[in-house]
Design a binder for this molecule. Structure first.
Ligand code: ATP
Length: 308
């Protein structure tokens, strides 16, 4: 096979419970991931330039905010491909092409998604035949959100978010995502969360999964899910980007069943009652302060899959 294309979804966190800062600099999390139908595509192709001087892995980026994505060895897709080659104990070559639709630095784990897609694509291109369990382990070393992008669906992550268990869900949920101008750095948002907690003297305690949220997912109850959505990083994202409060307020005014900042932001997520309701919310949000564009999506959807 001379080229393999993999499609991979964005995620929204339905619950992001952040425990106290650990000694290793991470936080214990309860992270309910939900894969939604905004997709990047990663193609891994046999390299055009096979000279000894050519780098073993190259990457090009097309689509959404390409200027903000590194087209070098720092790209998470390249890091993942390198980790896979290292695991196989050989140097392998590939030219990677990333077609981005997932907002960059938007709190929807686009970089992690591309890393997961590169693992699946290169596993196939290089004929390694590694089972998904092995890819999950390599994924966890590349980044804590990467294993979920392989798995897709809805899952709860504990530890740094990398220990994953699938969650049972019913039906389809309809979402609207309000994209903002510019991104927010995830480490900066965690830092602001710690700072706000210290300032207020609050002790977050051990994070626990929300029973009402898990029940709403099992029953496919969008109204109950809307009420149960929570994100401990939201106050920090709002502190760094106050205009997001206007976006969240606008979505609530438009009748969203629930609204929250997605992960570390600045993308905001709104749960709708139906496809039509989602289209109405998206149309209404277009004029909201702080909203660059609004897109509709559904979830859950599968993780990284070969499409060509
Ligand atoms: P998360 O929700 O996992 O915290 P995010 O969605 O906020 O992440 P990403 O889009 O994953 O953010 O990008 C974070 C940073 O990672 C970007 O600013 C970019 O410099 C870098 N990066 C490296 N590789 C990629 C990639 N393939 N796609 C997007 N960003 C990448």
């Amino acid at each position: 096979m001379s080229a393999i294309t993999v499609r991979v979804p964005a995620k929204v966190n339905l619950q992001l419970a952040v425990g106290p800062l650990r000694e290793d600099g991470y936080h214990d999390l309860v992270n309910v991931f939900h894969a939604v139908s905004i997709f990047d595509e990663v193609t891994a192709a046999e390299p055009g330039d096979v000279s000894a001087a050519a780098p073993p892995l190259t990457v090009r980026i097309e689509g959404e905010s390409t200027g903000e994505v590194p087209a070098n060895d720092d790209n998470l897709a390249v890091r993942a491909a390198r980790a896979l080659a290292g695991h196989a104990g050989r140097s392998y070559r590939a030219d990677l092409l990333i077609r981005k639709s997932i907002p960059v630095a938007g709190g929807m784990a686009g970089g992690s998604a591309d890393a997961a897609a590169a693992l699946v694509a290169c596993n196939e291109l290089w004929g390694l035949g590694l089972p998904v369990e092995d890819l999950m382990e390599i994924a966890a070393d590349v980044g804590s959100d990467v294993p979920f992008a392989l798995l897709g669906g809805t899952a709860v992550g504990t530890g740094r978010g990398e220990r994953l268990s699938r969650l049972e869900t019913s039906g389809v949920f309809h979402w609207v995502f309000a994209l903002a101008d510019g991104g927010l750095s995830t480490p900066r948002v965690y830092g602001e969360c710690d700072r706000l907690r210290e300032e207020a003297g609050t002790d977050p305690g051990r994070p626990v999964a929300s029973e009402p949220l898990l029940a709403a997912l099992r029953e496919g109850d969008a109204v109950a899910l809307g009420r149960a959505l929570t994100n401990d990083l939201q106050p920090a994202a709002l502190s760094l980007r106050p205009s997001l409060a206007h976006t969240l307020h606008a979505g609530a005014e438009l009748g969203a069943l629930g609204s929250l900042v997605s992960g570390s932001g600045p993308t905001c997520a709104f749960l709708a009652a139906s496809e039509t309701h989602a289209a109405e919310i998206a149309a209404g949000l277009k004029n909201a302060e702080g909203c660059r564009a609004a897109v509709t999506a559904t979830g859950p959807v599968p993780g990284a899959v070969v499409v060509g």
